[in-house]
Design a protein. Structure first.
Length: 327
C-alpha cells in the first residue's frame, strides 16, 4: 500500500499592515484629526473675520490720532486678533514635538517594550516591512496635516497687512509656523522619535528622547538660520546711525581704512558727546548685515533641506538597526 503523506501546511497569509496599524493607533488618529480640524478652523477664523475686524479697528484708531484716548475704536478686536494669532502659532509649532513624543512612546517604543513586534514578525511580516508600514502611513498623515496648517498660517499672516501690530516676516515663531521648515521638522520628529523608540525599547524613554531630539534640532536650525543664506550689507552715515532693517545679522562701524569694528553703542554723530568717540575710533560709517524680505524663501528652503537630510539619516539608521537586530 502506498503511504499517505500529509499535505504541506499552508503558510498563514500576511496581515493587512495598514488596517492593523490603524486599529492599533486609532486613539492617536482621532486626536490628530481633531487637532487638525480645530486648528484649521481657528486659522480660517484668524485669517478672515478676525483680521477684518482688527484692520477696521486700526483704521478707526489712526483716523483720530490727535486724541487717541477719545477714539471710538474696537480695542477688543485688536486684542482678540493678537491673542488668537499667538495661540494658533503656538499650536502649529508644537506639532513636531507632539509627533516625536508619540512616535517614540507608542509607534515603536511600546511595541518593543511589550514584545508585540516579535509577534508581528512571526506572522509572515519581515522586520523591514513592519518598520516601513510603521513609518509610511503616519508620514503621509503628518506631512499632510502639518502642511495644511502651515499653509493656512502663512495665508492668515499674509492677510494682516493693514494691522499695525502684525508680526514681521522675520519674527521667529511666525517664520517657523508659516513655512515648510515646520513640515520638515514634524516629519523628522516622526522618524527621530521612531528611532528613539527602537534604540531605547521603552515607551517613556522614547517619548522623552524624541521630544528632546526635535527640540535640539529646532534650536540648531534657529541658531544657524541667519547664516544659511548670504546677507546683504547696508552702509549708513554716522549722522544717520545704524540702519536696522529686515532681519539684522550684525552691525558695527566701518573705519576710514575699510576695517569693521564693534559699535560702541554711543549713537550717531548727531549726539555731541559721540563725536569725539567716533573720531578716536577713526569711524567713517555704520554697516548693517541683514536679510531683506526677499530672502524669506531661500532661508526657508535651505533650512528645510537640512532638516530633511536629518530625517533621511534617521530613517536609514532605523532600518539598519532593525536589520542588525533580526539578522
Amino acid at each position: 500500500m502506498t503511504a499517505l503523506t500529509a499535505p504541506a501546511p499552508t503558510p498563514a497569509p500576511a496581515p493587512h499592515l495598514l488596517r492593523w496599524l490603524i486599529r492599533l493607533h486609532r486613539p492617536a488618529l482621532y486626536i490628530w484629526a481633531a487637532l487638525i480640524v480645530v486648528t484649521t478652523a481657528t486659522l480660517l477664523w484668524l485669517g478672515g473675520p478676525l483680521t477684518d475686524d482688527a484692520a477696521v479697528a486700526w483704521r478707526e484708531y489712526r483716523a483720530c490720532s490727535s486724541q487717541p484716548e477719545l477714539c471710538p475704536y474696537d480695542q477688543d478686536a485688536i486684542i482678540r486678533y493678537k491673542d488668537v494669532y499667538n495661540y494658533a502659532t503656538i499650536a502649529v509649532l508644537t506639532l513636531p514635538f507632539l509627533v516625536a513624543a508619540w512616535a517614540g512612546a507608542s509607534l515603536t517604543g511600546r511595541e518593543l517594550e511589550n514584545g508585540t513586534d516579535r509577534l508581528a514578525w512571526t506572522q509572515s511580516v519581515s522586520p523591514a516591512r513592519w518598520l516601513a508600514a510603521k513609518l509610511a502611513a503616519p508620514a503621509v498623515l503628518v506631512t499632510a496635516g502639518t502642511g495644511l496648517l502651515v499653509l493656512l498660517h502663512h495665508l492668515a499672516w499674509s492677510a494682516a497687512g493693514k494691522i499695525d501690530t502684525a508680526k514681521p516676516w522675520h519674527d521667529s515663531p511666525t517664520f517657523f509656523a508659516g513655512g515648510p521648515v515646520t513640515v520638515a521638522l514634524a516629519l523628522t520628529g516622526l522618524l527621530v522619535g521612531a528611532l528613539a523608540g527602537l534604540v531605547l525599547r521603552r515607551s517613556l524613554a522614547g517619548l522623552g528622547a524624541g521630544a528632546v531630539a526635535v527640540a535640539g534640532l529646532w534650536f540648531a536650525v534657529w541658531q544657524a538660520m541667519p547664516y544659511l543664506w548670504p546677507a546683504k550689507t547696508r552702509i549708513s552715515s554716522l549722522a544717520e546711525g545704524p540702519g536696522l532693517e529686515g532681519d539684522a545679522v550684525g552691525y558695527g562701524l566701518v573705519t576710514t581704512s575699510g576695517d569693521r569694528i564693534a559699535d560702541p553703542n554711543c549713537g550717531g554723530t548727531f549726539i555731541p558727546e559721540c563725536r569725539p568717540v567716533m573720531e578716536r575710533l577713526d569711524a567713517a560709517a555704520y554697516y548693517t548685515d541683514y536679510h531683506p524680505a526677499s530672502h524669506y524663501w531661500p532661508l526657508q528652503l535651505t533650512a528645510t533641506s537640512i532638516v530633511l537630510v536629518v530625517a533621511a539619516a534617521a530613517t536609514l539608521i532605523a532600518f539598519r538597526l532593525v536589520k542588525r537586530r533580526t539578522g
